[in-house]
Design a protein around this ligand. Structure first.
Ligand code: HAM
Length: 418
């Protein structure tokens, strides 16, 4: 039997790669105008990082991580998300000594052992930003504005920005107490994982994917009713910054995110079907909790597969660069030497060109030139080699132009004008 790709993974084929490259280039361009620089962290980390960062009682850590022991007996995990590794690198490399805030961006594959469904994979890719060193709500608004620019630039309509405040550990204490009181007489009906969450971290019961738990939490107290004055002021300030920068939002008190590190601002961007395209928020205690200085931070992760899905659903076509500008075919051995020479020299001048590397007829070569979408073709035979002239043919309308094989600039001009 043929070996297939593991369940929940996808090959990104040459025919689709231009879409990935297009959105990646857009992210890079936006990041540069927002003053963010790229960071690349390892594909795997010590498991302890995610246990402490994402949180022991989250679904990601309890059920979804790809964790294994390496040959040295260390527990290693393929990264399920990009925030903890970026923060680990921020601490380990002393980036907090640089001018603050530190604005980082990344593209990363993430690995989560999840139940497969539309838009949910076991390897997915995220574009993310992490800004460390500012506790101001203005940075929250700036980060959110970058997210919204991505959708605007791509022309995706109907996306909804939802924001909430998760408060600080003090607010959380009061909230957890209220939540436990609400759940106390329903404890026995909770799934086994949530029974253990009840004592350690009742908030995580709210995002349990087990159906019976989803029913139990209906009508539970909401966190925004328990936030302290400082957190409430921060949230009001965020709303003002979003208003002055013309960013539409909706306050959704039910957003609690699935990762433990969040404090104060949390947000999600949903597509018109309610699928989460992006999620993020502030995490003021994470850097300290994983061994760094007391530095606040804020960021987001945007699913690239979901973004591309959304583009397709919106009927938005990504411009495709011509794969090939010129095909130089040949009819016999001597003309093949000439074709190889011409193609090498034209490539040096930046022309995308191709020649024949498989024994086939002129007709088959023309068919191939068509298949690779070449704008122009030149076919070289004995006559062309002798006269040092040839015809360059525009494939779209069949028009031909005479060229001198020793004047490559002529060819370059014709191709560039197309
Ligand atoms: P997250 O909400 O877990 O947040 O993931 C961010 C985005 O990644 C989601 O909104 C979704 O678009 C995409 N995504 C997540 N899981 C999958 C999956 N299994 N298949 C396809 N796409 C998926 C984080 O990961 C945080 N690190 C975000 C963050 C950065 N918060 C602060 N800084």
């Amino acid at each position: 039997m043929n070996i297939q790709a593991p369940k929940g993974t996808k090959d990104i084929l040459p025919e689709n790669i231009y879409k990935w490259q297009y959105v990646e280039n857009l992210f890079r361009k936006l990041c540069s105008v927002y003053g963010c620089t790229e960071i690349r962290t390892p594909m795997f980390e010590n498991t302890e990082l995610f246990k402490r960062g994402v949180g022991e009682t989250t679904d990601v850590v309890q059920k979804e991580m790809y964790t294994f022991e390496d040959k040295g007996g260390r527990s290693i995990t393929l990264k399920p998300e990009g925030t903890s590794p970026a923060v680990r690198a921020f601490i380990e490399n002393g980036l907090f000594n640089d001018a603050q805030p530190t604005k980082l961006y990344y593209f990363t594959p993430c690995f989560r052992y999840e139940k497969m469904q539309k838009g949910r994979y076991r390897e997915h890719h995220q574009f993310g930003i992490e800004v460390c060193g500012s506790k101001e709500a203005s940075i929250d608004a700036e980060v959110i504005s970058l997210v919204m620019r991505v959708y605007k630039e791509l022309g995706i309509e109907g996306v909804q920005l939802k924001i909430n405040s998760m408060g600080c550990p003090n607010c959380r204490k009061k909230y957890n107490k209220a939540l436990k009181e609400f759940l106390a007489d329903k404890h026995e009906q909770l799934c086994e994982t949530c029974k253990s969450r009840f004592e350690k971290n009742p908030l995580r019961i709210l995002d349990c994917k087990v159906n019976s738990c989803k029913v139990i939490v209906k009508g539970a107290p909401i966190i925004s009713d328990y936030i302290c004055e400082e957190c409430a002021t921060h949230f009001e300030s965020l709303k003002k910054y979003l208003n002055v920068t013309d960013i539409d939002f909706e306050v959704d008190p039910l957003i609690v995110r699935g990762l433990d590190y969040y404090t104060k601002t949390v947000f999600e961007v949903l597509d018109k079907n309610g699928l989460a395209l992006c999620g993020g928020g502030r995490y003021d205690n994470l850097i300290k909790e994983i061994g760094g200085p007391d530095v606040p931070a804020m960021g987001f992760g945007m699913g690239i597969e979901r973004l591309l899905m959304s583009l397709e659903e919106n009927g938005i076509e990504i411009p495709m660069e011509p794969y090939m500008e010129l095909y130089v075919g040949s009819m016999h051995e001597e003309s093949k030497y000439e074709a190889i020479k011409i193609v090498k020299n034209l490539r040096e001048k930046g022309i995308k060109c191709e020649c024949n590397h498989i024994e086939r007829s002129v007709k088959a070569q023309m068919k191939y030139a068509n298949k690779i979408g070449s704008y122009f073709t030149i076919i070289l035979g004995e006559d062309e080699i002798q006269s040092r002239t040839a015809k360059i043919k525009r494939m779209s309308d069949g028009e031909q132009f005479e060229i001198n094989l020793d004047e490559l600039e002529e060819i370059v001009n014709i191709v560039n004008k197309a």
